[in-house]
Design a protein around this ligand. Structure first.
Ligand SMILES: Nc1ncnc2c1ncn2[C@@H]1O[C@H](COP(=O)(O)OP(=O)(O)OP(=O)(O)O)[C@@H](O)[C@H]1O
Ligand SMILES: [Mg+2]
Length: 234
């Protein structure tokens, strides 16, 4: 089995060297738990260190936030964009028109870019937008299920970001994402401590404990040899 190295400092050694290729990884956490930073790091390091093209699909309105973070870490993304190794795509939905049809069209647009770039890595940030587009919980679940299923067809190794209420056993916003995902990684912020927990990862052994991580001007650093007790997570 081939693995995709995340390039996130400390993470690959928790998962036997990398994510099994073609997996969909759900990255879940409350507000401000570094979901977006981990997502951009995965694509930046993939492009810079492994020469693997990556597409960042944002469902949020603030596209600037993604490049702000990257520039803040001193990453020069322009050369990667020029070489077609990194791209940001904003997925836009008009809630007043048929959402399912628009999602289908957007999946086609994403597939086209993935193909053009030869993207191996994909990040989708985040599923929370579905609450803005759709009101009915049942409809959110079925549309989100179809969307995630469609993403799987693209053949990328995908990080799907989901903002949870922040509880330690909250692994998705809508209760659908963790069923379709091959892997679930949870991020916690119990001030002042940040931590990461690999809840599941199909096809590989992985760490079963919670590990602390830091965020600084250099980016994220996970500490694989240190552990945090489950009871310490609030
Ligand atoms: N250069 C930096 N140095 C230290 N901490 C930083 C730096 N940049 C960002 N942070 C911390 O990272 C947090 C945000 O990370 P990020 O945007 O990835 O979180 P998120 O989980 O995506 O949040 P949201 O729920 O808003 O989408 C900030 O709230 C801040 O505490
Ligand atoms: Mg974010």
């Amino acid at each position: 089995m081939d693995r995709i190295k995340t390039g996130i400092t400390g993470l690959d050694e928790l998962i036997q060297g990398g994510i099994p290729e073609g997996s969909t990884v759900l990255l879940a956490g409350g507000a401000g738990t570094c979901k977006t930073i981990m997502g951009t790091t995965y694509l930046y390091r993939g492009a810079k260190e492994f020469n693997e093209a990556g597409l960042y699909v944002t469902l949020e309105t603030n596209v600037k936030n993604i490049t702000w973070n990257m520039e803040n870490f001193g990453w020069d993304i322009k050369p990667l964009q020029d070489k077609n190794l990194f791209k940001v795509y904003r997925l836009k939905i008009n809630p007043n028109e048929n959402v399912d049809m628009q999602i289908e069209a957007e999946l086609k647009a994403i597939a086209k870019i993935v193909k053009e770039m030869g993207a191996k890595r994909l990040v989708v940030d985040s599923t929370t937008a579905f609450t803005v587009w759709l009101k009915d919980q049942g409809q959110i679940r079925s549309t989100l299920y179809n969307f995630t299923d469609g993403l799987k067809e693209l053949g990328c190794t995908t990080i799907l970001i989901s903002e949870t209420k922040g509880g330690k056993t909250d692994f998705s916003a809508f209760g659908v994402e963790e069923f379709i995902a091959d892997a679930v990684i949870a991020l916690y912020f119990t001030p002042p401590h940040r931590s990461i927990f690999i809840r599941k990862m199909r096809g590989t052994d992985h760490s079963k404990t919670i590990h602390p991580f830091d965020i600084s001007g250099e980016g994220v650093t996970i500490h694989p040899k240190d552990e945090i007790m489950w009871e310490a997570i609030k």
